[in-house]
Write a protein that binds this ligand. Structure first.
Ligand code: SF4
Ligand code: SF4
Length: 192
């Protein structure tokens, strides 16, 4: 995974000017063009408070400029905790949390999945949980009257099947995104 802070020089021919449209075509990414770079999102972000290199405003700007390779390979898009603090405060109504999810989906579609996440999905596939519950843990639970935890509950199996999580575990491609909804009449204008 690349560190976008370390990519200050970009050649014009390396830009993908259609990238903003790709993001806008993803559910949640529709409003990306309305960002006018005020920085409210970055100032509101709790992740930013502990990792000052995480900068949602910058990520959105890079996406709008067409820095597809740098954005999709950035470990920063995976740091967003989907808390919605930024989205609640954006004066342009940009769905920043949705954009972060859209970028993650596009990364997965381009087979860029951090090993930590594919490993968690692989564990879900194997055990129905992100970690294996051992016999010893179930014995401890039984001693204090808690029910046994069984491997792979049917609900988890159904979710995995419906969300193509097995593909994600392999860093593969989830289903294609549905057609993007049209912006509402009178939506705010702006962006780069
Ligand atoms: S996404 Fe919204 S809050 Fe963030 S920089 Fe753009 S306009 Fe400002
Ligand atoms: S949704 Fe993500 S980018 Fe927005 S404030 Fe929360 S952690 Fe930061």
């Amino acid at each position: 995974m690349a560190d976008i802070e370390k990519a200050p020089v970009v050649q014009l021919q390396d830009l993908d000017f259609g990238f903003r449209n790709e993001v806008a075509a993803e559910p949640g990414g529709e409003m990306i063009r309305y960002c006018f770079q005020c920085g409210t999102c970055t100032a509101s972000c709790p992740v930013r408070a502990v990792e000052d290199r995480f900068n949602p405003r910058r990520i959105i700007r890079m996406a709008i400029l067409g820095m597809k390779r740098e954005v999709l390979n950035s470990s920063f898009i995976w740091l967003c905790s989907s808390c919605y603090a930024c989205q609640q405060r954006c004066p342009q109504g940009v769905k920043i949390t949705g954009i972060m999810a859209a970028l993650k989906n596009l990364a997965v579609r381009n087979r860029i999945v951090p090993a930590m996440f594919s490993g968690q999905v692989a564990s879900l596939k194997a055990h129905g949980r992100v970690y294996e519950v051992s016999e010893l843990e179930n014995e401890k639970r039984a001693k204090i009257g808690l029910p046994q935890i069984t491997e792979m509950p049917q609900e988890i199996r159904t979710i995995l099947e419906m969300t193509c999580a097995e593909e994600l575990a392999r860093g593969g491609s989830p289903p294609a995104a549905p057609a993007p909804p049209q912006p509402a009449a009178g939506a705010p204008k702006g962006g780069a």
